[in-house]
Structure formats: structure tokens, C-alpha cells
Design a binder for this molecule. Sequence first.
Ligand code: FAD
Ligand code: DHB
Length: 388
Amino acid sequence: MGIVGAGPAGLMLGQLLHLQGIDSVILENRSRQYVVERVRAGVLEQGTVDLMRDVGVGGRLAREGMRHDGLYLAFGGARHHVDMSQLTGGRAITIYGQNEVVHDLIETRLETGRPLHFEVADVALDGLDSRRPVVRFTKDGAAHEIKCDVIAGCDGFHGICRPSIPASHLQTYERVYPFAWLGILAEAAPSSDELVYSLHERGFALFSMRSPHITRLYLQCAPDEDVSAWSDDRIWAELRTRLTTTDGWQPNEGRIIQKGVTGMRSFVAEPMRYGRLFLAGDAAHIVPPTGAKGLNLAMADVYRLAAALVEYYRSGREDLLDAYSSRALLRTWRAQRFSWWMTSMLHRGDSDNPFDHRRQLAELEYLVSSRAAMTSLAESYTGAPFEA
Ligand code: FAD
Ligand code: DHB
């Protein structure tokens, strides 16, 4: 197996295959340090937590991950609690940074002794519609070629795998949102034990965390926002304005140790396969981060793909591989619907008028007063069990 990309999808796929004795080579164009320090998602569905444990990479996650049974929705000056565990028969999410997930998966991969090459260049695919597809790359100036049975494109949205598929074989669906998130990490103890998603007249804000000492916060901003225009004081003032509730709750403040802007997009490429190339994770689909689904979808994809590959290597049967794309797309579109819904309910759009704001408030008010509506949110947010 050739695996392009050492993000959560590529690394987890490598581990799932390793446990079944299937050889793979993982190729990553960035350095190990860059991949491990990249600050991204932080919400793990139950399915992701269970998978990490089942593949033997869940030790530190079990010790340091922060289980959350609910979340808060804040609007009109008040915080409203959604008890997700109670509504879903015990499902929860766990806060554990994506960079920690990647760190743990890399350590485990290196312990297996199986190949994981960082800082490769010029990765290119060939013969995808043959039974012997090829990955070419250069490392330290030397050219290499790997002849594979199958290639997994786990190289994210900007990777080379999806563009290697002839355009006539791909249908793409896309929506780009007219806003982005300014995210920070701050050295401050979380002032709430659960996440707070807030709709404010000035835009969305999100309170999250990474550890008992680190708070993670996001503000809706412009897609081309210049981070340097945001002094620490300006960030805290805006966060206080958008997050403080009338009961006096607000985030604790501290030294800001990281700042970044993340654009927001919904994107799906269909099918998630061309010949012997299978796409997984962000290489095939992107969701806006409001539903916290990106990382979890990537994990659900490779769980399904690994099961199909194991069956193929064991019995030669290809029916699970043939079903991979259509089955993975079902979960993908559900997550697309949920992420779009959360995003549109909680953000101010460029063309929104006061009617739209009142409509959003009515939707939130309905949501927190209806057990049925809250159950729907909780089911989607905690995520369905992963399927092979
Ligand atoms: P990736 O994590 O993107 O991994 C792909 C890997 O492939 C990368 O390591 C990349 O360096 C490598 N690669 C790319 N091109 C090549 C090549 N040509 N050759 C070899 N390797 C290559 N989701 C949330 O739920 N909440 C968030 O707050 C959130 N924030 C995000 C912030 C940013 C800036 C980004 C980009 C994404 C964010 N996401 C968030 C989404 C989430 O992080 C992704 O869904 C998740 O990383 C998907 O994992 P993946 O393994 O499919 O892709
Ligand atoms: C975080 C990211 C999300 O996209 C989200 O919806 C909730 C929390 C986080 O980084 O902690």
C-alpha cells in the first residue's frame, strides 16, 4: 500500500493495516516537527476515541483527554446547556488536540519499524487505472518509485492525489463561506467545563480548551483577515463582548501563545475512488469547522477503507472496496448537512439583515426548548459509531 500524507487519515490507515500484517509506505512532504506542531481540531467523537484505543494508541488520550458529556449554546446573553450523553444514551466527545493525535500515531508508527518518510518532494502518481499503480517521489535529491497494489490519497485538501484523477471522472460540490475563524491558544485555565458556541450580533465566538491550563478560543472574522491587525488586547475585548453572559460568565484570560485564521468551506469530490486510488479525509471532502467533524470524518473513512483492504488481501474479494466510496459518501453528506446547519445558525452573513438575526435566535430558542431538536443536535455532534 502506498499512503500519501501523514495526517490523521494516513497515519491511522497505516496503523490499521499494520495490525493486520499489511505493508504500507507513508509519504509526507512536511517535516515531522511541522506536522506535530500544526494546531487544528480538538474535538474527538466517541468513534475516534474508541478507534484510537482499539489500535493501541489510546493510552495518553485516556489519561489526558477531557471527556465532555454536554455543551453550551449561548445567545441573547444566556448560556443553555445541552446534555448530549443523556440524550444519546451515553455518547460523549473528548477534547484532545489533533496535534496530540498525530504525535501519538507517529510514535506508534516509528515503533512498528514500518516506513514513514517525512520531507519527501515531487510526489506523483501513475498507472492508477492499472493493477500496479506507482508512486514516485524524491527524498534528499534522490528519485524513488514504489509499485503498489493500492494507493490511499490521504494528503488533505491541497494534496496531489485528488488532482491526479482525470477531471472527467470527478464531480465536485462546493460552498465557500464569506467568513473565517480567528483562533487563539491562551495560557489560561478553562472557565467552563464544557464548550460554549455563541451567536452574538457582532458574530460567532467559540470557547474551547486543550488542557486544564490552556484555553482555545475562536472569533468569526473576515476570510482575508490580517492577524497582525489583532493585538492581544483587541482579541480579548472582542471575545469578552461576544462571550460574556448575563450570569457573569466569561473566559479567563492569559498570555496568547498562538494565533491563526482558518477559512471556511464545504467541499465534496465524488466518487472517492479512481481505479486503484482511494481518497480519504480532507483529500475528498472539507467541512466548515463549526460541527467539529473534519478530523472525525477522516478517521471514519480510513476505518472503512482498512476493513475493505483487509478483506481484499485476505480473500481477494473486491466488493467492499467497490462499496467504499458510496458508503463513505453517505456519512460525508450527513456531516456536510450538519456542519452547514451549525455554521448558518451561528454566524452572521454579509447579506444578513435584522430578520436573519431574529430567525437565528428563534432557531436557537427552539433548539434549547425541544428535547427532539436537542437530541438531533446531540446525535450528530457526538457522531454515529464507525462502520466497516
Ligand atoms: P490533513 O490533516 O490535512 O493531512 C494531510 C497530510 O498530507 C498533511 O500532513 C500534509 O502535509 C500532507 N500532504 C499534502 N500534500 C502532500 C503531498 N503532495 N505529498 C505528501 N504529503 C502531502 N477540523 C475541526 O474539526 N475543527 C477545527 O478547528 C479545525 N481547524 C482546522 C484548521 C486548519 C488550518 C485546517 C487546514 C483544518 C482544520 N480542521 C478542523 C479540519 C481538520 O483538521 C481536518 O479535517 C483533518 O486534518 C483531516 O485529516 P487528513 O488526514 O484528512 O488531512
Ligand atoms: C474546536 C474546534 C472546532 O471546530 C469546534 O467545533 C469545537 C472545538 C477546538 O479546536 O477545540
